[in-house]
Design a protein. Structure first.
Length: 183
């Protein structure tokens, strides 16, 4: 999907097609594949194989960031779509114009009551409030950066309940200074 921007997806993947392909339950947030018509496939054999394997089953999988994504082929092009954006489009009848945020920050919870439109500034503010100044998430570990010196510290805790408020390790120069003072 490298040449497809988020803004072009509404033109290439109509909401009517989503409604033909998926059943969305707003109470549970589940998104399941529907029995798809023959017109979605190149031949009857492929349609039968696909419908036998996928119809009635949960659509998509969870990516490394915790978001649930679904692969959908439209006119021979594969689109990787986020389930919460599909849910929004099915419920409102239009693709979201802004980002969609999970109210409780649980990326796997696609219940309609937990989805809300947002923009970058609101998401950045919410993330900054959560992680604190100078602390960010990096490869499933919390990373703190000392702004004046530019030193980076990686914590040993993979998923803390709260991010660290100060660096856990000292930079190499500080370690050497402590060693010489102890002698």
């Amino acid at each position: 999907m490298s040449d497809v921007t988020r803004s072009s997806i509404p033109d290439l993947v109509p909401v009517e097609l989503l409604r033909k392909c998926f059943d969305y339950d707003p109470e549970t947030g589940s998104l399941t594949w529907r029995q798809r018509p023959l017109s979605h496939f190149c031949d009857p054999r492929t349609a039968k194989i696909w419908n036998t394997r996928y119809a009635g089953k949960s659509a998509g999988s969870t990516n490394s960031l915790g978001y649930r994504r679904v692969g959908l082929t439209v006119d021979g092009r594969l689109f990787q779509l986020y389930r919460h954006r599909i849910a929004w489009a099915i419920m409102t009848g239009a693709w979201p114009e802004t980002q969609i945020d999970h109210e409780d920050d649980n990326r796997a919870d696609d219940r309609w009551a937990k989805l809300r439109p947002t923009d970058n500034s609101r998401r950045i503010h919410a993330t900054a409030a959560l992680v604190g100044k100078g602390v960010a998430r990096h490869r499933n570990r919390w990373r703190a950066k000392s702004v004046p010196t530019g030193n980076t510290f990686i914590s040993a805790v993979s998923q803390p309940t709260r991010p660290p408020t100060r660096p856990i390790w000292k930079p190499r120069s500080d370690l050497l200074a402590d060693d010489t003072e102890a002698r």
